[in-house]
Write a protein of this length. Structure first.
Lengths: 87, 172
């Protein structure tokens, strides 16, 4: 049944920019008059958890390494440390 | 404003070209980054850094900005909207994040390329490489691509509200 529904959705939404009618219908079948009752889809929650873990890992890596971060996205003012050849 | 079918196809073609081109550019950049890290030859390291700066400024940055712009046009010009569905919202946030990090990172790449040109052969190894940024960037771009192809269902609270408003307006 689910496969049938998915096949139908795929058949009617072959392009990236078509109106969201099948998806919207699926979403709106819940309780259209009470927006507060709409729950966040499971894939969004999983995605959010993974994103949070990745961000935390990056923060930990930056703090432990101490050599990287947004503050380092500007070129150093001096090139002496790289052993630049003097003219 | 909803685009006409002809304009929609034109915008979609432009968006796909820019987005896929951006991914290809990052793969090329990553390849050069690996060469800069692993090569023992000073000329190869210098050439790799020079090419990375060129690819960054003249391929990645324009393609990234164009992909962001055409993506916004595509979402606002169709019924998908920019904030109505989770997949469009997440794609937008990730694209903006990738563009901002790219723009912040490129001056460092230019600096490294300049240093590679003038540095002594022995100190070139100290330059290191640039694998983390393009690596993570590639993952982010692939996630965006998967979201855009699969379009997982799910409307945001804003999307539900807009849909409800439209239904209310449509009622006689």
């Amino acid at each position: 049944m689910l496969l049938k529904q998915d096949a139908c959705v795929k058949k009617t939404t072959p392009m990236t920019d078509l109106p969201p009618s099948p998806v919207a219908k699926r979403d709106s079948n819940v309780k259209p008059d009470h927006e507060s009752t709409y729950s966040t889809p499971r894939w969004v929650k999983v995605f959010g958890i993974i994103a949070l873990v990745v961000v935390l890992l990056l923060i930990i890596l930056m703090l432990s390494g101490g050599e990287h971060g947004p503050w380092r996205h500007t070129p150093p003012s001096s090139a002496i440390e790289y052993g630049v050849q003097q003219p | 404003m909803i685009l006409s079918p002809r304009l929609r196809k034109c915008a979609l073609t432009a968006h796909l070209t820019c987005a896929v081109g951006w991914i290809g550019g990052v793969v090329a950049y990553l390849t050069l980054g690996v060469a800069a890290v692993t090569s023992q030859d000073a000329q190869t390291v210098r050439a790799a850094w020079t090419a990375m700066a060129l690819i960054g400024w003249f391929a990645l940055v324009p393609l990234a900005l164009a992909a962001l712009l055409t993506g916004i046009v595509m979402s606002l010009g169709t019924k998908w909207g920019l904030f109505r569905h989770y997949w469009t919202l997440i794609s937008f946030v990730l694209t903006v994040l990738a563009v901002v990090i790219l723009l912040l990172h490129m001056p460092t790449v230019s600096f490294q390329a300049d240093v590679a040109q003038t540095a002594e052969d022995t100190s070139l190894a100290g330059l290191g490489g640039d694998l983390v940024h393009p690596g993570l960037g590639l993952v982010v771009l692939l996630v965006i691509q998967v979201l855009n192809v699969y379009k997982p269902p799910g409307m945001t609270p804003y999307g539900h509200r807009k849909q409800h408003e439209q239904r209310t307006e449509a009622r006689p």
